[in-house]
Design a protein around this ligand. Sequence first.
Ligand SMILES: [Fe+2]
Length: 169
Amino acid sequence: MGLFSKDIKTMDDLFLHGLKDIYYAENQITKALPKMIDKATNRDLTKGLKDHLDETKNQIARLDQVFQKLGEEPKGVQCPAIDGLIKEGDEIAGEVADKEVLDAAIVGAAQSVEHYEIARYGTLIAWAEALGRDDVVRLLTTNLNEEKAADKKLSTVAVRKGVNRKAAS
Ligand SMILES: [Fe+2]
């Protein structure tokens, strides 16, 4: 998409662009998660991240189905927002020496990614509903619910499972 070519003309175009954006984001996340898993030490955290890596692969498969239902080729478009979130997480992790503080930093970075995805899926679902595409709303809602659950699990790991407390002690 060119900056001056105005390639997005209709709501359908806008929706398709949003889908390509989240498709790119999910694919970048599958590359970023293994690095976060390697850096994390808390067992609940590594397990949560591993589970979410598996979920993310299923989410990509669901997005493939969405593209298919729309008669479009599954394709990503570069999303500077997710690139920035992942880069920031990497940079912070690179600056943390203490393992327990690093775990807290990883939870924070992962939650910022989840919140981004929650925002994007929420918008895509609203657009799909406006376009009368109930067939894809269901698939996108499944992804949204998984992101919300992943975010909640990260909060549990940080607060109830002691990641933040250990980092602070
Ligand atoms: Fe995701």
